[in-house]
Design a protein. Structure first.
Length: 277
């Protein structure tokens, strides 16, 4: 977010609401954040991928995915605000929504530290400043505790998709989360933020661990076994990792810091294993 707590990721200045809002969130982690801030009664719609908190969002109408929505369904909800994210929602969708939604709020956290201004942006717009400050203080405490540990530097290949294989560049929120425990994502350089990967021996052997995320592709144990066979890669360097805990910002990022600390501690030893393809 910008320096002013009421300015969003594209520089739009927002005003605090003066009455109850009608909010549609097309960003799963933001939907969860709205409920954490006590705004659940003002959330009137969501995307299909907004799944937390489970019981509460199950009762909300879905307007479609994060890329394509049913505009007629969203119009019928008469939203005063729609919340988007630069990575998850295309600009074309934002432009279309601007034709009939009074307020479009665009978010774009790029680092874990961006969670604090995110809390304050949403909290300030929807008159939940005290709740936002509570989240900010909790997050900052968790972050400080994580930084007190002398983590072992490791190189990791973080996979988010197969057919084709895709990973993350270091210019992503995920990579910067992992960097908090001194884990460097591979490849070291990439023009794309989410590159298609050629899984050659050099890349696989450079990785101390290969991490298989639970989202957007939901890798399963069977995928690790197949990968080990296909690339003659020891299972001891392959791990499933909870993608919600590493890629979701908002209030889930607080639990994400604790999860990452546990995960890094459990995988702190170098295996020395190599793949031979």
């Amino acid at each position: 977010m910008k320096g002013n707590t009421l300015t969003d990721a594209v520089g739009i200045q927002h005003s605090p609401v003066t009455e109850s809002a009608r909010i549609v969130s097309l960003v799963p982690s933001i939907t969860e954040l709205l409920f954490a801030l006590g705004l659940g009664e003002q959330v009137v719609g969501r995307s299909h991928y907004c799944v937390h908190p489970a019981l509460a969002v199950a009762a909300l109408p879905s307007v479609g995915g994060t890329k394509k929505i049913r505009h007629s369904r969203l119009r019928a909800l008469r939203p005063s605000h729609v919340i988007l994210n630069i990575d998850e929602n295309p600009k074309l969708l934002a432009d279309q929504l601007a034709d009939y939604v009074p307020q479009i709020i665009v978010t774009h956290p790029l680092t874990p530290e961006d969670n604090v201004p995110l809390y304050r942006l949403i909290g300030s717009i929807f008159n939940r400043g005290a709740e936002a400050e509570t989240l900010a203080a909790t997050f900052e405490q968790a972050l400080a505790e994580l930084r007190q540990v002398a983590w072992l530097r490791r190189r990791v290949l973080y996979l988010i998709w197969r057919k084709p294989w895709m990973g993350v560049s270091r210019d992503t929120y995920i990579a910067r989360m992992l960097a908090l425990v001194e884990w460097e994502t591979l490849p070291a350089e990439s023009e794309a933020r989410y590159p298609v990967l050629e899984l050659n021996r050099a890349l696989l052997d450079a990785a101390d661990l290969v991490l298989f995320s639970s989202e957007p592709y939901r890798f399963q144990p069977a995928d690790l076994n197949a990968f080990a066979r296909t690339y003659d890669c020891p299972l001891e360097k392959l791990r499933l990792i909870d993608g919600e805990m590493t890629s979701w910002y908002g209030n889930r990022a607080i639990a994400g810091l604790a999860y990452l600390a546990r995960f890094a501690s459990e995988n702190s030893q170098r295996s020395g294993a190599i793949c031979s393809i």
